[in-house]
Design a protein around this ligand. Structure first.
Ligand code: FE
Ligand code: FE
Length: 284
């Protein structure tokens, strides 16, 4: 098993999240811990094992230094969408949904519900940080649930037992309840495990309204937006904006529709929307 690509497809992780948090009134929520019944479950389990072992405070610091200078590529949003869409998997043709279609389905579902245009735009953009994969980054440092590093790992994070192999777990600087932080210090002070959320936040941070930036930055932080495990690190601004993160999450998880959106027909609408908020090219 290649440590860099424990999943067959990045979508394996997303599908697994939907299994953990099924759409209300759709399926009965079953006990996630019993989910070891399909080949994908074993891959996802192994994915988290590696993720939880290697996402340390020092690892995140190194990745921030490597990527947050935003000097990898200069791309328009549409170039980035096309680039992201080259993430094609050779496996599982029937569950195949290309990345652009996931983004369009998310944004179109938000638009249909009459939300503000920046919310619709956020739906289109929210996973663009996955271009990290195209720079050769390992899957476990691109996707997966995110969580704070530098303080105790919550047992509300998926597969918490795997944190025992993380060096920070037995490092007294990092393994107390507050670790390097303090009560209600605010998430701005908190380093999150490294992945597509944090990266895209930095690409977009000068251009979008605050709630949109929270949705981008914390959309994979299930331990908080679903489990409320880290409220003690949050300040009033975080609490207010997490209402938006929660509002966003169902569109991310449950917007799959049988007929895929027509990307070509929708493009003019989105080109206008992109131009309203973002420069012609962005630094990635
Ligand atoms: Fe995502
Ligand atoms: Fe998504």
């Amino acid at each position: 098993m290649d440590q860099n690509t424990p999943l067959k497809s990045l979508d394996d992780w997303e599908e697994d999240v939907v299994k953990r948090y099924p759409e209300p009134n759709q399926k009965q929520k079953e006990d996630y811990r019993n989910y070891t019944d399909s080949p994908r479950d074993a891959l996802v389990r192994n994915f988290y094992k590696i993720n939880h072992q290697y996402q340390t405070y020092d690892f995140v610091t190194a990745k921030q230094e490597e990527f947050l200078g935003l000097n990898k590529r200069k791309m328009s949003v549409w170039d980035a969408l096309d680039y992201l869409n080259t993430l094609v998997d050779d496996s599982d043709p029937d569950i195949e949904l290309d990345q652009l279609q996931h983004l369009l389905q998310t944004s179109e579902a938000i638009r249909k519900d009459g939300h503000p245009d920046w919310f619709v735009l956020t739906g289109l953009l929210h996973d663009l940080g996955k271009v990290l994969c195209l720079y050769g980054e390992p899957q476990w440092a691109v996707v997966g649930d995110t969580y704070p590093v530098g303080c105790q790992f919550s047992d509300k994070i998926v597969y918490p037992e795997f944190f025992a192999a993380n060096p920070d777990f037995s490092d007294e600087r990092y393994n107390s309840k507050f670790g390097v932080y303090y009560e209600n210090c605010g998430l701005e002070q908190v380093k999150m495990s490294w992945g597509h959320d944090e990266y895209l936040y930095h690409v977009m941070k000068d251009y979008l309204p605050k709630p949109a930036l929270y949705m981008i930055r914390y959309h994979s932080f299930y331990a908080q937006h679903r489990e409320e495990a880290y409220s003690y690190l949050m300040n009033a601004e975080d609490r207010e904006n997490f209402e938006w993160v929660k509002k966003f999450n169902p569109y991310d998880l449950y917007s799959k529709v049988p007929v895929p959106p027509d990307a070509k027909a929708l493009r003019p609408y989105y080109e206008d929307l992109i131009a309203k908020y973002l420069p012609a090219e962005l630094q990635f």
